[in-house]
Design a protein around this ligand. Sequence first.
Ligand SMILES: NC(=O)c1ccc[n+]([C@@H]2O[C@H](COP(=O)([O-])OP(=O)(O)OC[C@H]3O[C@@H](n4cnc5c(N)ncnc54)[C@H](OP(=O)(O)O)[C@@H]3O)[C@@H](O)[C@H]2O)c1
Length: 249
Amino acid sequence: MLITGAGKRLGREIALTLARGGWNVAVHHRQSVAEAQQTAADCDALSCRPGSAAPFCADLGDEASVRSLLPAVVAHFGRVDAVVNNASLFEHDSAQSFGFAAMDQHLHTNTGAAILLAQALHAHLQDSGRDGAVVNLLDQKLWNQNPDFFSYTLSKAALEAANTMLALALAPRVRVVGVAPGLTLTSHLLSDEKFQALHRQSPLGRSSTPEDVAATVAFALTNRSITGTTLLVDGGQHLMRFERDFSLM
Ligand SMILES: NC(=O)c1ccc[n+]([C@@H]2O[C@H](COP(=O)([O-])OP(=O)(O)OC[C@H]3O[C@@H](n4cnc5c(N)ncnc54)[C@H](OP(=O)(O)O)[C@@H]3O)[C@@H](O)[C@H]2O)c1
């Protein structure tokens, strides 16, 4: 199992949940070296199997670096059965400030890298004769759009389309499932108080927790009948109308 961006935040929670479920975990990171080493150590401790997790570094904005990632994990563990495309670039731009540089960066990191990793998993599983799965982390805001974080949203919309196309193209060997959280973790743009208030803004009175999202990823990886769809885990936020991104409200 390879999880991108798993040193901290949601990726770390997914890694710990899957380690508890008995998976070997390749903890991908870029800058968060110490955090990824800690996540791998914690996965090891949770699974009670020393060597069941290890950190792997790659820049997902760089094609050669992305292409080298899955072979490195296979060389280490001998096999890979699933990829969770969790890592993501989330930088602000708008329709007014939009330019190719920001679009390219978001599309490379958030869309292209996820597709390349799905492609590499498929090739690896074809060779070995086993089945596997890809989970793509999306965002409730695709169903409830606003123009903030323009390039980020475009890149996730493209990933949602790729989720459908890959499910068709990589079947029956590889299932492809989207998981779309609502507001789950805060950012430096939100005070704790504001985050709590926004988290309550949903039909269920609470958006998603990291544990909810990680449990859904685990479910998507193990349910052998699900492919080409997205599980929204957001307390129903996608049913509401938000004029701005949460971090700018
Ligand atoms: N947090 C939320 O409330 C929320 C809501 C909706 C959807 N989501 C989705 O859920 C996923 C996880 O969210 P998050 O908030 O935990 O993510 P995050 O903290 O914004 O990013 C996760 C990791 O992505 C990695 N990353 C970024 N650019 C990279 C690059 N060029 N190469 C390699 N790694 C790169 C970073 O790893 P390093 O630190 O190692 O550099 C970062 O720690 C994302 O796909 C996000 O879109 C999150």
